[in-house]
Design a binder for this molecule. Structure first.
Ligand code: UD1
Length: 341
């Protein structure tokens, strides 16, 4: 059974990926510093899969600890690297924190991988690297646009660091996965998204409004050049996204990659407007959502959705779940955590 390291494995996408790795028969070791996650998630993963993953609380900024971790785990076959900060607004307020948390840590991990005979490395990137793309749907060949925030910049720089490292280190194989908008939760409602404070992202704001934690959702702008005037995104169910990580890792483990650094878009290929997301929520929950139209939010692109042909053809992966599935699971998760709170 191959041993896979998941950094940030107690976070939103990380925890769902741990479940899918375990379901596919991998042994998982999680590193997490618990800065934006909770240790309870370890129990919840165990409830879903029946297997408790190994866990080490470790801050990847502590270089010497990272080094000893890899010395003690020299049988790791693959690394999925989620650990990073991800709040756009916070990154604008505190850029150095973002460069330290997202870039220094990546460099430390890659320095350790350089010491290994072989390493298979999956990196969490984002469609944010494309900015407002000139053509839709967005292919992997679309130009990377100047980042709108330090957070976005850490994803672009992160990809460059990995690509540069792969060029001179053929034993390192890596895939950067560019996520579109991950939403939803595990169907068991044991794990899901747990934003700290007021959610900045659309779906947790919707479910928190419906449960009564927020008064009203503001729809940021209805005068965009789109069919209903609201922005369009490619919302992908987190369980589909998690499965894509397993498939990408297996591509590397089985030497099926075409070069030692590759990028893939992970989305559904379908764009949905903010109003369509609200309608989907209302349909699956049977509730009316309290929302109003507000001003545009600075930095929002008009429309972004993926061309998924590269992931479909080369990874053999395709998103299976619908927007309604995702909204249903997000709502079930919200109800479950508030019931137990
Ligand atoms: C945001 C980040 C992106 C990051 C991603 C992670 C920004 C500008 N971008 O993407 O870099 O990779 O999260 O998940 O923050 N909306 C409302 N009302 C709300 C919240 C959102 O109308 O209260 C709208 C937004 O204007 C947007 C859509 O919903 O059109 C999705 O927003 P959000 O969930 O924040 O995702 P992105 O902005 O696409």
């Amino acid at each position: 059974m191959d041993k896979i390291l998941v950094t940030g494995g107690l976070g939103f996408i990380g925890s769902h990926t741990v479940v899918e790795l375990q379901n596919s028969g991998y042994e998982v070791v999680i590193i997490d510093d618990l800065s934006n996650s909770s240790i309870d998630i370890l129990d919840r993963i165990t409830t879903i899969t029946g297997i408790r993953p190994q866990f080490e609380q470790l801050d990847l900024k502590e270089k010497t600890k990272v080094s000893s971790f890899f010395k003690n785990h020299n049988d790791i076959k693959g690394i999925i690297h989620f650990a990073a900060s991800k709040a756009v607004g916070e990154s604008v307020e505190n850029p150095l924190m973002y460069y330290e948390n997202n870039i220094n840590t990546l460099v430390y991990v890659l320095q350790e991988l350089k010491k290994l005979d072989h390493a298979n490395f999956i990196f969490s990137s984002s469609c944010t690297v494309y900015g407002q793309a000139d053509e839709l749907p967005i292919t992997e060949n679309a130009p990377v646009k100047k980042a709108e925030s330090p957070y976005g910049n850490t994803k672009q720089i992160g990809e460059e660091i990995i690509s540069d490292t792969c060029k001179v280190n053929p034993k390192l194989k890596s895939i950067a996965l560019r996520y579109f908008n991950p939403i939803g939760a595990h169907d068991s409602a044991n794990i899901g998204e747990l934003p700290i404070g007021v959610p900045q992202n659309l779906v947790p704001f919707i479910t928190q409004t419906a449960i009564g934690l927020r008064d009203q959702l503001s729809v940021f702008g209805n005068d965009y050049p789109t069919p209903d005037g609201t922005c369009i995104r490619d919302y992908i169910h987190v369980v589909d996204l998690a499965k894509a990580h397993v498939v990408a890792l297996e591509r590397l483990l089985q030497n099926k990659n075409e070069s030692n650094y590759e990028t893939f878009n992970l989305g559904t290929g379908k764009g949905s407007s903010v109003l369509e997301v609200i309608q989907s929520f209302e349909r699956v929950s049977g509730q009316k959502l309290n929302y109003k139209i507000a001003d545009r939010r600075a930095g929002d692109v008009i429309a972004a959705y993926a061309d998924t042909s590269k992931a479909n053809n080369e990874l053999g992966w395709k998103a299976q779940l619908t927007l309604d599935d995702a909204m249903k699971s997000a709502w079930k998760w919200e109800q479950n955590i508030r019931k137990n709170a």
